[in-house]
Design a protein around this ligand. Structure first.
Ligand code: FES
Length: 309
């Protein structure tokens, strides 16, 4: 059996934490918490955005403001970079901080700010009316300051196609299946997680497309060289191009997310002034053999210093 880079636990260890928030209208929200370590939030959010995108809405709900966005097709990007999950759709994108945001190699994020940005609590919720009847279902996240942040809206049995409100006595209870399935996996720990390996930790190598770090914008030959070298080496690593990779000078910039082969290889690495030849060397030596290409590391190694591995 092949070794998994970032294996996941088979099941969630339940928190057994339930909470109620009373509403001024007489109703209340019932919260059932789940752990918010990356081992749990990654499979939850990846499966919702990639496998169940037709069924989830994204937004927020606070006094005086509700935002609800839907996906009309699978997201173009669902990836973790520097602690943030990024989901990109045709018309909008979101970022949600699932691991400490460290900042780029030159601008480390202060640890207090990093902790405040981080998801610190997550819960499945049911919102009840004053008669004690559940009327909406979803997922709530809080940041490190205890402030409610993003909501995910789950299918509602009282709402049909095209926002059609169904008669009160004829809800479509099939629409509760996703909520029940999520509750079983993430709150109660009674069913297996949907993946064996962390889907948001899948290794990737990226070339920055922006002109701020690379006025000549000659990133494509580098991207092509990386693509060809990864293919030739038979490596199971995604090759992408992206916006800013937090270096912003000395481009073309190449970023490798790291993999789980060793503690060193789990670390993110930036390379600067990458040519197609250097790109090939990075793939062969770093991705293939686990030895970083010291001459192009960013930040550069001082003559007396050691490689920042
Ligand atoms: S613009 Fe390329 S790294 Fe920031």
């Amino acid at each position: 059996m092949p070794q998994l880079n970032f294996p996941l636990p088979q099941r969630v260890t339940p928190l057994n934490q339930r909470d109620r928030e009373d509403l001024p209208t007489g109703g209340w929200i019932e919260f059932e918490d789940f752990p918010v370590t990356i081992d749990i939030t990654a499979p939850l959010l990846h499966s919702l955005f990639v496998d169940h995108w037709q069924q989830v809405g994204v937004g927020h709900m606070v006094d005086g403001s509700v935002l609800e966005l839907e996906l009309n097709q699978p997201p173009k990007i669902c990836r973790l970079y520097d602690g943030y999950l990024t989901v990109v759709t045709e018309g909008w994108h979101l970022h949600l901080c699932l691991e400490p945001h460290r900042g780029g190699p030159d601008q480390r994020t202060p640890s207090e700010l990093s902790q405040r940005r981080l998801v610190s609590r997550g819960a499945l919720y049911r919102r009840f009316n004053a008669k004690g009847q559940p009327r909406s279902w979803g997922i709530q996240f809080w940041n490190g300051a205890g402030v409610k942040m993003m909501n995910l809206f789950l299918p509602n049995p009282f709402v049909g196609e095209n926002e059609d409100l169904l008669p009160e006595n004829r809800p479509n209870l099939d629409r509760l299946k996703l909520y029940e399935q999520l509750r079983c996996i993430y709150v109660l720990g009674e069913a297996d997680l949907p993946y064996r390996e962390n889907p948001l930790k899948r290794p990737f190598i990226s070339v920055c497309r922006s002109s701020r770090c690379n006025g000549q914008r000659d990133w494509q030959p580098v991207h092509q060289a990386v693509t060809e070298a990864v293919e030739a080496a038979g490596l199971d690593i995604d090759v992408i191009s992206s916006g800013c990779l937090e270096v912003c000078k000395m481009g073309p910039i190449v970023f490798y997310s790291g993999d789980g082969r060793s503690e060193e290889m789990a670390q993110s690495t930036w390379y600067s002034r990458v040519t197609p030849e250097v790109a090939q060397q990075i793939v062969t030596e770093h991705l293939g053999e686990g030895c970083k290409v010291r001459s192009h590391l960013y930040p550069p190694i001082r003559p007396s210093g050691k490689a920042p591995v």
